[in-house]
Write a protein that binds this ligand. Structure first.
Ligand SMILES: NC(=O)c1ccc[n+]([C@@H]2O[C@H](COP(=O)([O-])OP(=O)(O)OC[C@H]3O[C@@H](n4cnc5c(N)ncnc54)[C@H](O)[C@@H]3O)[C@@H](O)[C@H]2O)c1
Length: 321
């Protein structure tokens, strides 16, 4: 099975992972490729390469939680497959928890309904390792209990339960991709920025880097193009249908180690670092068990390399300076 000859919709396609997924899908030449994004955090610049490669790429500025609007989009364009990546992010949920939860659940439910009504063949939905909360055991397999810490995490967990319920009750064809922390170019460098752009900016501005807590909290870091690539392979593989799949490397990196690697790349190994109080909602430990993915696809993403980190740093340098 391939997206070639399919009409494909990517929600959140102007965002970080979504725009890389759009680039990757273009390589497989889908019949139609449509992006829905409300530009809450997404950016038109993220789609420059995609527009150059596919002049017929259609980008629609709409709320992916709006069922009537999404039903119109899907039927008018005879969409076969939806890759659902639109999301209100974690930091927003600390300021606007109810809105974040309502929107995220609204987006997932919208595409469950569209599937139930038989308007699309297949749904590939992006979950998050945040749904697990801090690791109770490592590596964390897909059966790890859900113990959401933030409203964002709770919304991601709820989305997964809703999709599962539609699979069980109505037999919709849905796969849940559960990524861990993605790193790479195009992650929003402004409001709600992640650790990499914050470190790059602080080094460029000559101000100390702040590490929340002791810095020994760990994440499973995956290069964003590897996640996009795995997502397409998951779509292509009939064995992945109906499954929940961790998409990560199975390798743990502490924040202290990540900052040290970034400072080496930035040629500022002695840049000052200060430790500030731990943030609410920061999970302590994340490391994926990717044996299911490896068994089904015969491969998994490799640990984030220095070359991938350097490419990411270069991109942030170009947009921040
Ligand atoms: N970035 C990570 O490290 C990471 C880790 C695990 C899971 N995920 C998941 O991957 C998916 C993509 O995340 P990302 O990091 O690319 O985030 P992102 O914020 O860069 O992209 C999300 C996109 O969704 C758009 N959006 C938000 N609300 C919308 C709405 N109501 N209607 C239409 N568009 C809307 C935003 O404008 C943005 O372009 C999400 O499901 C997220 O939970 C991300």
């Amino acid at each position: 099975m391939s997206v070639k000859s399919k009409s494909v919709l990517v929600t959140g396609g102007a965002g970080f992972i979504g725009s890389h997924l759009v680039d990757r899908l273009i390589q497989d030449d889908p019949k139609n490729l449509v992006v829905v994004d409300n530009y809450f955090l997404g950016h038109e610049d993220n789609l420059v390469a995609a527009r150059a490669a596919r002049s017929d790429l259609e980008v629609i500025r709409l709320d992916a939680a709006d069922l009537a609007a999404m039903q119109d989009v899907v039927t008018a364009r005879r969409i076969d497959t939806v890759f659902d990546l639109a999301v209100v992010p974690l930091p927003t949920s600390l300021t606007y928890p109810a809105w974040t939860v309502q929107t995220n659940i609204g987006i997932a439910t919208t595409f469950c309904e569209i599937s139930r009504r038989g308007l699309i063949e297949r749904l590939v939905h992006y979950s998050s390792s945040e749904a697990y909360g801090s690791a109770r055991y490592v590596p964390m397999d897909e059966q790890h209990p859900h113990d959401a810490i933030t409203p964002y995490a709770a919304s991601k967990s709820a989305e997964d339960h809703i999709i599962h319920s539609y699979v069980q009750t109505f037999g919709i064809d849905a796969t849940i991709v559960r990524p861990f922390n993605n790193i790479g170019p195009r992650q929003n460098p402004g409001t709600y920025a992640g650790i990499v752009p914050i470190v790059v900016k602080r080094v460029l501005d000559g101000v100390p880097i702040e590490i929340h807590g002791d810095g020994e909290q760990t994440r499973d870091l995956t290069f964003v193009r590897d996640s996009a690539n795995m997502t397409v392979k998951i779509y292509d593989s009939p064995d992945c249908r109906g499954k929940v799949l961790n998409v990560a490397t199975g390798h743990e990196t502490s924040m202290n180690e990540l900052v040290r690697r970034l400072l080496m790349i930035l040629e500022a190994p002695n840049h000052p670092i200060v430790h500030t109080p731990a943030r609410p909602g920061d999970v302590r430990r994340h490391c994926a068990d990717v044996s299911q993915l490896t068994e089904l696809l015969g491969e998994r993403p490799q640990p984030l390399s220095d070359e991938q980190l350097a490419e990411t740093v270069d991109w942030y340098r170009s947009v921040l300076s």
